[in-house]
Design a protein around this ligand. Structure first.
Ligand SMILES: [Zn+2]
Length: 259
């Protein structure tokens, strides 16, 4: 585990960590997976990483479409969505600055199983074949990608249970907290229509929930922008799923401050 390595680190490792932080800073890397990689690994894949900007509603992967790139989210949120035959859509997971899209594509899954839709931000993308090649000769990278698959799977499981068992208000709070973590800003664009689609409910239901959260002083909703005004209060109102997902993340990768 990364944390164990840090605990026993000598001057050489500390120098390497400083160099890693410098590389991440120089290239504007905020993604937690990239910034948790060993210095040598990040340095080697850096030339193959391409910074792109994402816009609201952009589709990254189509269902059953080929997966050409994997995206390390740098800011913003990619929602993993499932659309049913009648056109209704619901979010089954989300990838923020702590993750990478479609890690299973590195282990033999050639086609996307869910579409991906983003709220605005940016990502460092890399061709799938290049990342697979690097992974085959770098155990640290392979280990990290295994952890990414584990996290993605546990998030899908948690979201499935959440969608079935928890109230709309609780799910709203969970979604807003995750989006807030990855937006790296208290305020970000979000329409009621979009949030309703993510939660798989009618727009009117989301409007009522948002009104309740606003009256409680937890958020402000003005002209298509939401501002988190009381993050702690939002955590109190959220279901257990937000805390469970963060706990899993920290168990696998450590907290950002520990890296
Ligand atoms: Zn939940």
């Amino acid at each position: 585990m990364l944390q164990k390595r840090r605990d026993v680190s000598g001057p050489e490792t500390r120098d390497s960590n400083c160099a890693l932080n410098k590389i991440a800073e120089d290239h504007g890397i905020a993604n937690h997976i990239l910034s948790s990689l060993p210095h040598a690994t990040l340095k080697r894949i850096l030339p193959d990483l391409e910074l792109i900007h994402t816009v609201p509603g952009q589709i990254i992967d189509q269902v059953d479409g080929p997966i050409e790139y994997l995206y390390f989210i740098n800011r913003g949120l990619v929602s993993l969505v499932k659309t049913m035959q009648d056109g209704r859509t619901v979010e089954v997971g989300a990838v923020g600055i702590e993750g990478i899209t479609d890690p299973s594509a590195l282990f033999g899954i050639d086609r996307a199983i869910v579409g991906s839709m983003v709220i605005p931000g940016g990502a460092m993308r890399i061709r799938r074949d290049i990342l697979r090649r690097e992974m085959e000769k770098d155990n640290a990278l392979l280990d990290t990608m295994h952890k990414c698959v584990r996290f993605a799977t546990s998030q899908l499981v948690q979201t499935a249970a959440c969608n079935r068992l928890h109230t709309l208000e609780e799910r709203c709070c969970r979604w807003l907290l995750i989006a807030h973590d990855s937006a790296q800003a208290k305020s970000f664009p979000l329409t009621h229509e979009f949030l309703a689609m993510m939660l798989g409910v009618q727009r009117a239901g989301v409007s009522i929930a948002a009104c309740y959260l606003q009256k409680a002083g937890l958020i402000q909703y003005i002209r298509g922008r939401v501002t988190i005004t009381d993050q702690s209060g939002l955590k109190d109102e959220a279901c257990e799923c937000y805390g469970a997902m963060r706990a899993e993340l920290h168990a696998l990768f450590g907290t950002p401050k520990q890296r």
